[in-house]
Design a protein around this ligand. Structure first.
Ligand SMILES: [Zn+2]
Length: 290
């Protein structure tokens, strides 16, 4: 009698993996670390979309949502400069590249000056002829693109640090489109203290908009999406304020932008141990008892 062969189960084909949208989360087992990570990520994401007025003011006062503005910046020759150190000069100069009309320069300077005065900041705005050391910087920013030259903003920033250091901030009006993005009306960085504006679009409103970026408000009025405590349309597209990316007709600072800037500069006073306001605002006065 022949021995029976050992029992061998029939081979079963492995079940096809479920598509990601069919996964049942209740069946998943996440580690404690993963749950904590998801919770923190969810909170961060929530506050990127929504905020509340006191938190918004606090984060600007302590530079929490603009901390990268204070990272050191590098010049074209590789020298490091502390980000935003130009504020110690309390001075911003405004000038035009060769070929830019005096009218364009005057209008953006007027916008910037109006903004600084409105906020009560002790910053002097001065319109000047093209500085000699800016000629070399402008030359370094020329980049051949397609059928002409465009303005390389990053190259200009780096070269300005070599040519003028952080002796003051500056707003420049040029006649060229930017290399990247070529649709921008202006590009501005607080860190290096340089705003470059398109002559074609130069007016008081653009001077105020880029001026607000230059003095620290590096956002537009749609980020975060909605801040509880401010009277603003729930849909950002319905907001018509100076700091929307494409303001429709208003050149008024929104309440959120004004609060951000005022708190930012009070934070700067603490940081730099300098006075940046022409007069003390109510919020800095000691409480009075009747
Ligand atoms: Zn902008």
């Amino acid at each position: 009698m022949m021995p029976e062969p050992p029992f061998q189960p029939e081979e079963q084909s492995a079940p096809a993996p479920l598509p990601w949208y069919a996964i049942d989360l209740k069946q998943q087992r996440f580690s404690k670390f993963t749950w904590r990570f998801l919770a923190v990520a969810g909170v961060v994401l929530f506050f990127c979309v929504f905020s509340i007025k006191p938190l918004w003011q606090f984060t600007w006062r302590h530079h929490l949502n603009c901390f990268s503005e204070f990272y050191s910046v590098k010049s074209a020759t590789g020298k490091s400069y502390p980000g935003g150190a130009w504020v110690r000069s309390k001075k911003i100069i405004v000038y035009g590249a060769p070929g830019v009309s005096k009218m364009s320069v005057a209008s953006v300077a007027s916008g910037l000056e109006g903004l600084v005065t409105e906020l009560g900041l002790d910053i002097t705005i001065k319109t000047v002829p093209l500085p000699d050391d800016a000629r070399a910087s402008l030359q370094a920013a020329q980049k051949q693109t397609g059928d002409g030259t465009s303005f390389d903003y990053d190259a200009y920033l780096a070269r300005r640090l070599d040519d003028r250091g952080e002796r003051f901030g500056e707003m420049v009006v040029v006649n060229q489109t930017f290399v990247d993005p070529n649709w921008a009306w202006g590009l501005t960085r607080f860190s290096e203290g340089v705003a470059v504006l398109q002559a074609e679009k130069a007016d008081v409103s653009l001077g105020r908009h880029e001026g607000a970026h230059l003095i620290g408000y590096d956002l537009h009025d749609d980020m975060p999406w909605y801040i509880f405590g401010y009277p603003e349309n729930f849909n950002p597209q319905d907001r018509d304020t100076l700091m929307m990316l494409l303001p429709k007709k208003s050149d008024q600072l929104s309440d959120r932008a004004r609060d951000a800037l005022l708190n930012f500069w009070h934070g700067e006073e603490d940081r730099e141990k300098l006075t940046f306001f022409t007069k003390r605002s109510d919020r800095r006065r000691p409480a009075q008892c009747n």
